[in-house]
Design a protein around this ligand. Structure first.
Ligand code: SF4
Length: 287
């Protein structure tokens, strides 16, 4: 398709005018379904519970991206910024066809900016059938796909599902099993297994590591995390060291959930540099 610069201008302007962030009003929800029918639809992927979505550039993958935040998460990370995404049924039910149509409507802008669709959460893999079907439709339209995940439920994606993933933003939350359990309440091994499968399938990975003082910052823990990344070898394009901040605190308070990191401060520049250097010493490009 030959797209003129005016078309691009119009597309950007329509994105800005429609105040995209967080709105779900544009999506149809089904009516009159019983609980059993809803569960069945989630299982088959014809329906997904969505917390919110937004359009952004160069945050959740390359180019301009539509990021869909699915609701539901099996982990309980101490530093979670979005505890309001934890329960699947707190999201809005969205029909598969409505989601595909929405993505299709941004096809041109994805093409021009080399962007695409990103599924995040919550944990996107809680609703793996829905995500897989949207990815398949996106690939059929030539749209780049990105999965933002902890990898904890990685085994829910078959090798065939993986074919439709171009890039994975993989959270390696800790390299030490005990610390991983303390941070998330879950087990580390599924993340390692999923990263290896992505690498074997020739997929690209951007590793994300959240640096929290007195929780994930231990030198040996960072070393172990870097060694896990080495298992994914050439698949890792870069490692993002994400400094902890307190932006999520208000949500924990609103939801009346005891917040374990109430008094934790953001890491110092010195600590960030030490951790980045550790990953660099293992040969990784680090941001
Ligand atoms: S995996 Fe993500 S959404 Fe789930 S608890 Fe951890 S930070 Fe929050």
């Amino acid at each position: 398709m030959n797209i003129k610069s005016n078309d691009l201008k119009n597309l950007h302007s329509s994105m800005q005018n429609s105040k995209l962030t967080g709105r779900l009003a544009g999506f149809e929800s089904p009516t009159g379904l019983s609980k059993t029918e809803i569960s069945q639809a989630v299982r088959t992927g014809s329906l997904g519970f969505v917390h919110s979505w937004d359009m952004s550039t160069s945050v959740d993958g390359p180019g301009t991206r539509m990021t869909v935040f699915m609701s539901g998460c099996p982990l309980r990370c101490q530093y979670c910024q979005n505890p309001d995404t934890w329960k699947m049924r707190d999201g809005k039910p969205v029909l598969l066809d409505a989601m595909i149509k929405k993505i299709e409507s941004y096809k041109d802008i994805f093409k021009i900016t080399r962007g695409g669709i990103t599924f995040s959460g919550g944990e996107a893999m809680m609703q793996s059938a829905f995500v897989s079907k949207v990815f398949e439709a996106a690939k059929n339209m030539g749209i780049h796909t990105c999965l933002d995940t902890s990898g904890f439920l990685g085994d829910r994606f078959s090798d065939r599902d993986l074919n439709n993933v171009d890039l994975c933003l993989l959270d390696v939350k800790s390299g030490d099993e005990k610390i991983y359990r303390e941070v998330t309440g879950g087990e580390l091994q599924p993340t390692i297994d999923f990263g290896k499968r992505l690498a074997a399938a020739g997929k690209k990975i951007w590793v994300r590591f959240v640096l929290v003082p007195d929780l994930t910052d231990d030198e040996q823990n960072v070393e172990k995390t870097a060694k896990i990344c080495e298992l994914f070898a050439e698949a890792v394009e870069h490692v993002d060291v994400l400094p902890f901040h307190q932006l999520g605190r208000a949500k924990w308070h609103e939801l009346n959930i005891p917040y374990p990191l109430e008094k934790t401060k953001s890491p110092s520049a010195e600590l960030i540099n030490r951790v980045k250097k550790q990953f660099e010493n293992h040969g990784f490009v680090v941001y």
